[in-house]
Design a protein. Structure first.
Length: 79
């Protein structure tokens, strides 16, 4: 069973989006959706592969932790 609505279990949600969001909004002020989308695409293209690899490496330990919590929320989890 996969816990419903669990960002604890997706590498994009638990790691990558937080970093990408900080890069997109750091020192920038977008005035419309097109500017925001362009900034996201620009930052995604420059996103370090090592960061993505690290998030993927952390996936199995996070799954284990959620199992230990019987599918419950694991909060801010650092392994």
């Amino acid at each position: 069973m996969w816990p419903p609505n669990s960002p604890d279990l997706t590498p994009v949600d638990f790691s990558i989006w937080e970093i990408l969001e900080a890069k997109v909004y750091h020192g920038r002020r977008m005035t419309n959706l097109n500017e925001l989308m362009a900034e996201i695409e620009e930052e995604w293209e420059a996103f370090p592969q090592e960061t993505i690899d690290h998030a993927i490496d952390r996936f199995k330990p996070r799954l284990k932790r959620v199992i230990e919590e019987n599918g419950g929320h694991i909060g801010k989890y650092y392994d």
